[in-house]
Each structure stands twice: as structure tokens, then as C-alpha cells.
Design a protein around this ligand. Structure first.
Ligand SMILES: Nc1ncnc2c1ncn2[C@@H]1O[C@H](COP(=O)(O)OP(=O)(O)OP(=O)(O)O)[C@@H](O)[C@H]1O
Ligand SMILES: [Mg+2]
Length: 458
């Protein structure tokens, strides 16, 4: 008989709470090094052993993280207890339980789990997953067993593309639609809970204590108000959002679209004031709507207004063959053709990402008359929600991370069709501009901080 040796390793008090939680959704998080990943692995193992035939899915955002954080340690802990198959990335236990390890690098990688059913799902570093990924993954968490309710477990640190939804559900406890507060349980983590690490590696704690203030708040104190790596730091609701007003007929209007079917499709309506200030005055934001229905909605929202042009995702010009049929087109057409046929002429947007984000930054600046060059009508809820949540890419010094960025992408396409707010325009707004555009702030995930924080960030 094979014996599983878990001796010498006892859970600390927070880990014990994590083990005992039977909530529908349990998050264990906050500060670094508290023993969250250890607890997730151990919890999975105990569940797999306790409930024969249980199906568990353990997810991280990327494969290298998954392998280092879980596959390697589980392989060390489980020889003879569970058999690992590399092809399926799955540990199968003698009692028929299985732990599948997976990752969702790209946003729609979650679709690979469509139709699959897991009694338990764990999201490691949940803030690395965007909200739409989390929502989709939750649809796979179901069971037909009578002895077990489906459960989701999350570990998390502040910061990342999923910061906002984790904070909303587990910290701010703001619920919407069918979400119920009693289904969500949060266990705060602190490195000081992890006596094993404190004894073995006291320098680690000193390093956390010596971090620059923002990082220390997030990583040592687990403070969810310290939003690490925000891409558009200058965005302020008070500065950039205005109440809708009736736009004069003579102002130029145009549209920008980030096309999506499984992902949301976002269309923004822009108006340019005579002084060059740009107003985003309406938005359309829906998923799983056929191309011709989007075209119809765009026409309706535009009403009788003259729209000078609509810039749109360049990938709408790729021929999609038979696959296009499923989203309302004819084989051989491209999605752009569907719109053009329905009276919404499109032109491909300039998709230079870093230059485009820099253009957005320029428009977020305050003009000499004290108002920012970009104003967004308060009804554009998704642009207002997602722009401030944009995060730096962890592997690129200048780019933003991909995530729930469909409204920001449409904004970028729209502003790239306009000149940068120029010196002349600024003068029309009442004063002279200092030379040069705004410098993007350093990516805190990579620039400078990396030396100070070492392996903390990656
Ligand atoms: N109860 C325990 N018994 C023995 N070792 C533990 C225990 N809890 C955690 N550890 C060890 O402490 C170290 C840090 O734990 P872990 O990696 O789980 O922390 P974490 O909270 O996930 O950190 P991070 O925030 O960096 O992801 C690891 O080496 C882990 O194996
Ligand atoms: Mg961890």
C-alpha cells in the first residue's frame, strides 16, 4: 500500500480557515508569501483523497507559472499516490479523483473548457485573470454528485488585470445580478502567518518591509487600494467624465469599433469641438451579437447624425470563410463587408499599440483652460470602468496588458484617427503648451522596481 507522507507540515491558522471553508467562492489573499499556493495545492490534494471520483481543475494564467507553482511540487508530493500524464496535464488518483492543471494565456483560452464539468476549480493568482475569464470558468464549476456542492477557490495578491473584480467581490463585497454575498468568503493572508518561511528565510520579510511605499502596501500589507501597475495613472473620473449635453450639429462626429463576438464588441461615438477637444458621447458594448445586428444597432444609435467615418479593428478585413456564417456573414466575405453592406462604411484603424496608448495619454492631459482634452459622457459606462483598470504588460516595458480592454481599444482606434492635441488647438483653449508630449510613467513591473523587488514581481 502507498502512504502519502504529509508529515512535518501543518497548516497555519489562515490556511486552516481556508481548508475549512465550504463557501461557494473562497479567496485567500492579500500579502505575499503567506502560504497561499501551498494551501491551494494541499486543499486540492485533500479533496481529491477525501471524495473518490472528484474532478478538480487548477488554473494559472500561463503554463510556466503553472508548471513551477504546482505541477513540479505536486509531482514531488504524489509519487505512487497519483499518476501524472504530461499530455493531459492531469494527476489521476487511485480512488478515481483527478486534478487537471490548466492555463489560460490568451483571453479566449478559457473556451477550451466549454462543456467540461469540474466539482472544484482553483484560480491561482486570480487577479491575473480578467473578469470575463473568471465568469466563463465559473460556468464549468458544476456537479451532479449528491455528496458535494461545487466550489471555487482563489488565491490572489493586489494588482493585475483582475484586481477590480476580486476587490469588488471579496473586499468591497458589492454584488450584482444573481451574485449573493453569502457565497463569498475572504481569508486575508500575511507573510507573518507563515512561520515556516519566517524561520527559514527572515530576509524575505525584510525585503518586503523595505519595498517602496506603493509596493509595500500591496505586497506586505495586502492593501487592495494600492493599485499596482495602473497604465493610465492620470485618469480621474472627476477630470474626464462629464454629464451628457446636446452636441451642436456642426461638430464633426466619427465612430471607432473594437470588433468581438465571443469577446465584447465595443463601438464608441466621438464628437470634436471647434477647439479640438474630443468628447466620447455614446457607446455600444455587447457580446455574442451577430455582425449585421451590430451594424443595425450602430445605425440606430447614430440616428440621423452625420458620422464622418468609422475606424475599426483591422482584423475585420480578414476573410473568415465558413466561420463567418455563424456570425451573420456569407462565406468569402469579411466581417467589414457585412457592415459596409448594411450602410456602416468602415476603414481599418491604425493599430500601433504603444503609439496609440501614448495618444490616449496625450488626450487625458489637462488643456490650458483646465479641462482635459478628452471628455467622456457619463453614460459610457464600460469605457469609464475599464480604462482605469488597464495594467502594464508584465513582459513589455511600454505596452498595456491584454484583458477587459475592448472599450479602451476602441478609444485608442478613435484617437489614432485624430491628430494629437496640437499646440494650435491648445492656444485656442487659452494658453501655450510646454513642448513635447507627456512621458509615459515607468512600467513598475519592469523598470527600476525590478532590481528592488527581485523575484517578487515575476
Ligand atoms: N504550512 C506550511 N508548511 C510548510 N511549508 C509551508 C507551509 N505554508 C507555506 N509553506 C512554504 O512557504 C513558502 C511560501 O509559501 P507559498 O508559495 O504558498 O506562499 P504564497 O502566499 O503563495 O506566496 P506568493 O504571494 O509569492 O504567491 C513555500 O516554500 C511553501 O512551501
Ligand atoms: Mg503563490
Amino acid at each position: 500500500m502507498t502512504t502519502l507522507k504529509l508529515t512535518g507540515q501543518r497548516p497555519n491558522e489562515k490556511q486552516r480557515q481556508f481548508f475549512l471553508s465550504r463557501a461557494r467562492h473562497t479567496a485567500y489573499g492579500g500579502a505575499r508569501g503567506g502560504g497561499k499556493s501551498w494551501a491551494m495545492r494541499r486543499k486540492f490534494l485533500l479533496l481529491a483523497i477525501w471524495y473518490p471520483g472528484l474532478s478538480l481543475l487548477l488554473l494559472r494564467r500561463t503554463y510556466p507559472e503553472l508548471e513551477e507553482n504546482h505541477i513540479k511540487p505536486l509531482k514531488r508530493e504524489l509519487p505512487g499516490v497519483a499518476k501524472y500524464t504530461d499530455k493531459r496535464k492531469e494527476f489521476v488518483f487511485l480512488n478515481g479523483s483527478r486534478i487537471k492543471c490548466g492555463y489560460c494565456d490568451k483571453e479566449d483560452d478559457v473556451l477550451q473548457y466549454q462543456g467540461q464539468e469540474y466539482d472544484v476549480i482553483g484560480l491561482e493568482e486570480a487577479t491575473h485573470f480578467c473578469e470575463s475569464q473568471m465568469q466563463f470558468i465559473c460556468t464549468c464549476n458544476r456537479t451532479t454528485r449528491r455528496d458535494f456542492f461545487p466550489r471555487m477557490y482563489y488565491t490572489c495578491n493586489p494588482g493585475g488585470v483582475g484586481h477590480a473584480w476580486v476587490k469588488r467581490l471579496f473586499i468591497d463585497r458589492e454584488y450584482q445580478n444573481s451574485e449573493r454575498g453569502e457565497d463569498y468568503s475572504f481569508i486575508p493572508a500575511s507573510v507573518y502567518d507563515n512561520s515556516v518561511l519566517m524561520r527559514a528565510n527572515p530576509q524575505y520579510v525584510h525585503m518586503l518591509e523595505n519595498l517602496p511605499a506603493g509596493l509595500r502596501r500591496a505586497h506586505l500589507e495586502g492593501d487592495w487600494d494600492a493599485l499596482l501597475g495602473q497604465y493610465f495613472e492620470t485618469w480621474r473620473r472627476a477630470r474626464h467624465v462629464c454629464e451628457p449635453f446636446s452636441i451642436p450639429k456642426r461638430w464633426k462626429r466619427f465612430c471607432a469599433m473594437d470588433w468581438g463576438y465571443n469577446d465584447p464588441c465595443c463601438v464608441l461615438w466621438f464628437a470634436v469641438a471647434p477647439d479640438g477637444r474630443v468628447y466620447v458621447y455614446d457607446e455600444y458594448y455587447r457580446r455574442k451579437i451577430l455582425a449585421h445586428d451590430v451594424a443595425k444597432a450602430v445605425g440606430e444609435i447614430s440616428g440621423g447624425d452625420k458620422i464622418a467615418y468609422t475606424v475599426a479593428s483591422p482584423d475585420m478585413w480578414q476573410r473568415r470563410g465558413a466561420a463567418l456564417k455563424s456570425i451573420g456573414g456569407v462565406s468569402g466575405e469579411c466581417i467589414a463587408d457585412v457592415f459596409i453592406k448594411r450602410g456602416v462604411p468602415l476603414r481599418p484603424a491604425d493599430n500601433a499599440r504603444v503609439v496609440g496608448w501614448q495618444r490616449v495619454r496625450e488626450y487625458l492631459r489637462e488643456a490650458p483652460d483646465g479641462l482635459a482634452y478628452l471628455q467622456v459622457f457619463a453614460r459610457c459606462a464600460n469605457l469609464i470602468k475599464y480604462l482605469p483598470l488597464m495594467q502594464y504588460d508584465r513582459h513589455d516595458h511600454e505596452d498595456a496588458a491584454c484583458g477587459d480592454d475592448h472599450a479602451p481599444e476602441a478609444l485608442r482606434y478613435g484617437l489614432m484617427s485624430r491628430p494629437a492635441p496640437s499646440r494650435e488647438k491648445a492656444c485656442a483653449m487659452g494658453a501655450s503648451l510646454p513642448g513635447g508630449g507627456p512621458q509615459p510613467p515607468a512600467n513598475p513591473f519592469l523598470a527600476g522596481e525590478k532590481e528592488k523587488t527581485g523575484y517578487l514581481i515575476m
